[in-house]
Design a protein around this ligand. Sequence first.
Ligand SMILES: Nc1ncnc2c1ncn2[C@@H]1O[C@H](COP(=O)(O)OP(=O)(O)O)[C@@H](O)[C@H]1O
Ligand SMILES: [Mg+2]
Length: 254
Amino acid sequence: MPDILQVHNVVKYYGRGNIVTKALDSISFCVDQGEFTAIMGASGSGKSTLLNVISTIDRVSSGEICVEGQRIAEMKEKQLSLFRRDKLGFIFQEYNLLDTLTIRENIALPLNLKRVDVQTTQREVMRVSTALGISEQLDKFPYELSGGERQRAACARAIVARPALVLADEPTGALDSRNSRVLMKTFQQMNRQLDSTILMVTHDPVVGSYASRVLFLKDGRIWSEIDSGGRDRQTMYQEILTVMAALGGETGVR
Ligand SMILES: Nc1ncnc2c1ncn2[C@@H]1O[C@H](COP(=O)(O)OP(=O)(O)O)[C@@H](O)[C@H]1O
Ligand SMILES: [Mg+2]
């Protein structure tokens, strides 16, 4: 399987002069096509910074990031916005659906931006909304949906244009534990049925246990990694708890 994402020796400093924080310290890893990877670690360990430099929201201080072989650091602003549009899908903690648009229109947005024709747009919106179980909700407005349904609609929007990589920062942050589990089942569907490659930040061990691989950050470095190797979610959950305990007793439970 080809690498979708290559992160090589990435360092990120914040601040200048005497007050400098090394938020990322020589981070290297790759993500293959079709992987569902979680990034975990205590608050302040660098999770959001790592996602932000991959999503091109922020720039690295040194090192290299490639998505489908394209080097992010070499791109100018205009190229970056096309790159984000064509290669990346985003899922945020807050749903970021537009209130004045129907769910169908919200999901179609990335295709509209790419000027995809109407017929293809309708077909692709049906494809993802059926797979994610929200095809009955398409003519409703966001306020008419539950929090869980809204987040599923946000997932549909993130993947409708078939991005190379889906990035999610604490996607369950605004959900209760039941809806968090439902959303993670949605992520598994995106990953297994729609072949989405997902990189997700979470500090919640239950949420992390749905991934097939977990990278743990500590003080801006990759501290350890576990791979589900096809084992069940409960086993993954136990392993995550074990690593978290070894990491320093941070339970990660809000
Ligand atoms: N914009 C910023 N300016 C200065 N320091 C920052 C900034 N963003 C994050 N940091 C620092 O970088 C480190 C990593 O932060 P962050 O990536 O947000 O961690 P996490 O998402 O794991 O909680 C922390 O020490 C944090 O205080
Ligand atoms: Mg964060």
